[in-house]
Ligand binder design. Sequence first.
Ligand code: MN3
Length: 202
Amino acid sequence: MAFTLPDLPYSHDALADAGMSKETLEYHHDIHHKAYVDNGNKLIDGTEWAGKSVEEIVKGTFQKGAVAQSGIFNNASQHWNHSQFWEMMGPKSGAMPGELESRIKDAFGSVDEFKKKFSEAGAGQFGSGWAWLVVDTDGSLKVTKTENGVNPLCYDQTTLLGCDVWEHSYYIDFRNKRPAYLENFLNKLVNWENVAERLSNA
Ligand code: MN3
């Protein structure tokens, strides 16, 4: 099925008070994400992937160890990544639901320690990529980082939280300060209800 650009689950100016401006969302969602959708559809048209879901395409075109992934993989994975990313944020960050909080404490020792690990993963990703909180194949919670569009689907992990650390995600609001963007993301932007829902469905 053809990819379609999902609407943001909030208005373009809804996250401005939490540190992600209208201008960032206009560029990031309306231009960058749309380009992955449009380019993906062009590349997939007429291929064996034309009738497949985005998840099937990501898993089917991922090549472990490949430095440069194929155009179909890159656009499909980035379409999936951004579709998750919009849902993982919200204008009211709120408290971490109890079950999620206790799983995070079990895995990392404390919520602060989790945030530290996640920020280090995002800040330490050389070049473009993503930081993730996942449920690994053994059922444990882990923080990971990936390059470019590579995501947890590639490793059969369940995605709980992801943060885009491509420069287009933070340069308007934070310029070159990726660690400040990550800190703001974790403390003001994450919709923990969405993360908890992903955990209960895992
Ligand atoms: Mn992006």
